[in-house]
Design a protein around this ligand. Sequence first.
Ligand SMILES: [Zn+2]
Length: 215
Amino acid sequence: MLEKLRQMVCDLHAELPNNNLVAWTSGNISARDPETNLVVIKPSGIKFPDLTPENMVVVNINGEIVEGEYKASSDTASHCYIYRHTPQVNGIVHTHSRYATAFATHGRSIPCITTAMGDEFGGDIPCGGFALIGGEEIGQVVVETLKDSRSPACLLQSHGVFTVGPTAEKAVKAAVMTEDNAAIAWTSLQMGTPLTIAQSDIDKLYDRYQNVYGQ
Ligand SMILES: [Zn+2]
């Protein structure tokens, strides 16, 4: 079932250790098939080198297993909550990447202080409140936090990062960019208070990057 999507989700998982975003088995990616509304997600507690297209888990939009030998990721209920409440999202990534999570431990947003952040996020990367793992509470915080934001990424207080996208690949890119910009912001904050970019300029950066940049 969903052979291509299983392959894609499996391949994308390799990007998390490749980009130094995860340790051991932490972190996960899911993708929704817009036609069937089925979701392919990482199996729980399997190390990244051991992931294969075959051991990915297929669940329905309510998080019930449709196909798979393994238990699904412990964040499955939250991924499914996000899919049910944001129809434009077809890919979700979760990491505990270091610098971004350091901001989350203070409940702090990552400030939009570089043009790259204006491009990708259109403003600060917001930080949502604390939620326990296992149910859909994390999903509720993500939906609530991203509701009024252009950002495809948010932090979860004392936990880590969730990113969303129209495809799983775009959500992975947002996870990579979140950590890169978190590291820049953290470094910058060691030198005092960084300069800010005017909101009107952030709007122009975001518009150009989203609508003009690239091939
Ligand atoms: Zn987590």
